[in-house]
Design a protein around this ligand. Sequence first.
Ligand code: SF4
Length: 365
Amino acid sequence: MTQTNASRLFEIEEKVIAGERLTFEDGLYLFESNDLASLGRLANIVRRRRHANITYYNINRHLNPTNICYWDCGFCAFYRKPNQEGAYLFTVEQCVEMVGQAKAAGATEVHIVGGLHPTLPFDYYLELLSTLKKEYPDIHLKAFTMVELDHFKRITHKTDEYVLEKLKEAGLDSCPGGGAEIFDEQVRKQICKHKTSAKRWLEMSRKVHQFGFKSNATMLYGHIESYSHRVDHLIRLRELQDETGGFQCFIPLAFHPKDTEYAHLPGPSAIDSLKTVAVSRLMLDNFDHIKAYWVMLGKQVAQVALHFGANDMDGTVMEERITYAAGKVSEREATRNEIIQLIREAGFEAIERDTLYRPVMEVTQ
Ligand code: SF4
């Protein structure tokens, strides 16, 4: 490292220690740095300041009611067109049965996201939530990305407020963070040109927060975007968080190219993933939690990511279909003991949380 690089990193380190906000240029410098150990060390300062030695996990189940979608995002291996081989739509009864199995396994949360079905009415989603809430009142329903909420507005021809009010009445508890992809409009035109725009994604998040729901935020990285697109994405999230405080957690999503339009790309390396977790922790100074989403990182990289700024391992997941669709490169679930073991092996204390990050069960050594 040249003296100039050393002094630039030292300058950033002083800001991190002082709790000062990092700039776009700082973020870009960190992404372009090859000093992975220093990135990890800096992110770990923030991670330990906020969460000491604790790493959270939860017992959850993913529920993807349908993979039928009228859009065609180039990075997505999950969607199918109606009548295409592999297309499916679960009935509400099937969903209730699946959640019942998860409840029996100790789940406290169901994470519900799916394709944008061309003909399924809004009432299906309302019935799904209200039936699940009636059957399992103590299960947290974290459902529907900003993209799905935008879809509901279009199919109902009503306002966002109407959609949110109806979902709230039906039992919605909070929203997941998917669909953000990369906010840069030019990249978005290439990878998901029909999808809800970045502006609309942020606007819907603002409304969700104003409505009193918490939500999460994601960033899909490792495809055609540049480092500056990633920093721009993080800063747009940070600005909205300044305004609403409604984001609970940021989840960097490693792109899985297999069986997508970008199958020729290699996808992000472990080094890139660790860098992204670290820079996210450093840039998002107003986000409490950074997740090492093991489904996309792989369990081993997720474990290392706990030393690069992440303080949450997500959960048992149970039957994840979206990443699994990308060439079955991911595992679909983990046991509670396996997650605890991964956290402990990395040198952290494992705390089971609910969706709102309240401890459910403290696990001692
Ligand atoms: S990412 Fe979502 S909106 Fe895009 S094609 Fe896949 S399921 Fe449809």
